[in-house]
Unconditional design. Structure first.
Length: 136
């Protein structure tokens, strides 16, 4: 939050130096704070990303539909009344598939997540053998 660093990188990392930090091409020798320098050195993009490029934020309608076609119809993981079978059926209609795809891309494109998906519970489902052993 030092003004000289903000001017150098930009408040939203919009300056060319921010891209240089990510690509490990920016000279960091002028940074006097050793912890800040260490942080910036570790912000380098992984080699796989540099080699293959960034993963696109958007998927095509065909990729979206193909992904739903692979899902098992008996699976459901959200609190709505819809099950995977509903989404599989929707991907056969271009308008419904487009609407669903666009809705699912909002968090990736804009960083706004649906509050429904913000809470989760994690619990262990005991197998029958473990349950009977536990009861004894």
């Amino acid at each position: 939050m030092k003004q000289d660093i903000l001017n150098w990188v930009g408040t939203c990392a919009e300056n060319d130096s921010a891209e240089g930090i990510l690509n490990d091409t920016e000279d960091l020798s002028h940074i006097e704070d050793s912890y800040l320098r260490l942080l910036l050195e570790n912000m380098r993009r992984p080699n796989g990303v540099i080699t293959h490029g960034m993963i696109p934020r958007e998927i095509t309608l065909e990729e979206h539909s193909k992904g739903w076609r692979k899902q098992k119809t008996g699976t459901s993981s959200e609190r709505s009344q819809l099950v995977f079978a509903d989404f599989k059926a929707a991907c056969k209609n271009k308008q419904l598939a487009t609407l669903d795809r666009n809705f699912r891309q909002i968090p990736y494109k804009h960083g706004i997540a649906n509050p429904t998906y913000s809470h989760s519970k994690d619990f262990q489902i005991l197998k029958k053998q473990l349950f009977t052993t536990w009861r004894k």
